[in-house]
Design a protein around this ligand. Structure first.
Ligand SMILES: C[S@@+](CC[C@H](N)C(=O)[O-])C[C@H]1O[C@@H](n2cnc3c(N)ncnc32)[C@H](O)[C@@H]1O
Length: 184
């Protein structure tokens, strides 16, 4: 874990815009993001796993390794994840390229991406990619440090989505709110 903290800090210092967080997600936030998942949840895709804080909570919830696919852009994190979780599938690719790399019908997309620090077009492309691979009743789960949902009401409406508020995790650094998005 000390090794992961060092790796995260090194990447934060070299690529601050890509990381956009002062620390990996806490176990409390990770558990809240994985809530509702279990051995029979079907396939789960994670966007922006970093050092794997959320991935470990997905595994701890009982999702089989074989049912988890990760999309991470940072090569150092990809190498770390492949060594730490060899049975989980790790794509060294941006989240917005998920369509075509993953079969449709995914039950849940868990995102640790810094959506708020991305331009609106990229934000939209990423959420659209998530819904292009999700099953009709699939859920996109995203945390944010901001006071509002990480997608504007206009973008939510335009993409034909509903948003619901999950828990606020005060013990996270900084405190974070979980949101769930689903098709209307
Ligand atoms: C805030 S860190 C979150 C790490 C981890 N999910 C957590 O909660 O501790 C954001 C991660 O998203 C990755 N990332 C940024 N843009 C991305 C994109 N378009 N596609 C995939 N990963 C991306 C970064 O490299 C970084 O690992």
């Amino acid at each position: 874990m000390a090794h992961e903290a060092q790796l995260f800090l090194r990447q934060l210092l070299t690529k601050p815009k890509q990381i956009s967080a002062i620390a990996p997600s806490s176990p409390w936030l990770a558990r809240a993001m994985a809530q509702g998942l279990g051995p029979h949840s079907g396939r789960v895709v994670e966007f922006g796993p970093g050092t794997g804080a959320l991935t470990r909570a997905i595994l701890a919830a009982g999702v089989p390794h074989e049912n988890i696919t990760l999309f991470e852009m940072n090569p150092e994190f990809v190498t770390h994840l492949r060594l730490a979780m060899p049975r989980v599938s790790v794509h060294h690719a941006p989240a917005q390229a998920a369509v075509g790399l993953v079969d449709m019908g995914v039950e849940r997309v868990i995102s640790g991406l810094p959506l708020l620090s991305m331009p609106p077009e990229l934000r939209r492309a990423i959420v659209k990619a998530a819904f292009d691979i999700l099953a009709p009743d699939g859920i996109y789960t995203q945390f944010t440090y901001g006071p509002n949902p990480p997608l504007s009401p206009e973008m939510v409406a335009d993409l034909g989505l509903n948003v619901s508020k999950g828990p606020k995790i005060w013990a996270n650094l900084p405190p974070a709110r979980v949101y769930h998005f689903q098709r209307r």
